[in-house]
Design a binder for this molecule. Structure first.
Ligand code: GDP
Ligand code: MG
Length: 162
């Protein structure tokens, strides 16, 4: 059985871009349209001799109605299936109320949760992640999924702990 890593967070923070990095695929549909990935999507990857399975999710928007509720259900189902969770937030938007809601629920799952601050791009990583410690999830990993920066430093400790 491969260890399973779930990617969760608001729509548009870069989950599918990270999924593509972790699976080296173009399978997950990446677009500017929030909420494009409505179902759970599974892929596989490996770091060195350690293979893993990764689940991309549609995004948690905090809305309770319609398609958003279905997406949320899929995301929390992925968390249930996972051995570890990567919670993505976005450097440029800062901590949002939805991020706080997600963090609160993730703290109650008792699964290992890794907080990744995406879209750090050219910014100073320490400054970019500083405010996200307020989410109460411990260390925040700076990431630029689109450039591949920080991916290895994030996934190493995730796999190490499994
Ligand atoms: P998802 O909805 O969370 O799956 O987000 P996507 O992976 O579809 O990405 C949403 C948008 O953010 C796309 O236009 C991506 O190219 C962009 N994006 C993803 N990662 C980064 C990043 O590290 N830096 C920047 N600047 N944009 C990114
Ligand atoms: Mg997506």
């Amino acid at each position: 059985m491969l260890p399973i890593i779930a990617l969760v967070g608001r729509p548009n923070v870069g989950k599918s871009t990270l999924f593509n990095r972790l699976t080296r695929s173009r399978d997950a549909l990446v677009a500017d349209l929030p909420g494009l990935t409505r179902d759970r999507k599974y892929g596989e990857g490996r770091i060195g001799d350690r293979p893993y399975r990764v689940i991309d999710t549609g995004g948690l928007s905090g809305a309770e109605a319609g398609i958003d509720a279905l997406m949320a259900q899929q995301s929390w189902q992925a968390v249930e299936e996972a051995d570890a969770v990567i919670f993505l937030v976005e450097a440029r938007s800062g901590v949002t109320p939805i991020d706080q809601q997600i963090a609160e629920r993730l703290r109650r799952t008792h699964k290992p949760v890794y907080l990744a601050v995406n879209k750090v791009d050219g910014a100073d990583p320490d400054t970019a992640v500083a405010e996200f410690y307020a989410l109460g999830l411990g260390q925040a990993f700076p990431l630029s999924a689109v450039h591949g920066h920080g991916v290895h430093d994030l996934i190493e400790p995730v796999l190490e702990a499994l």
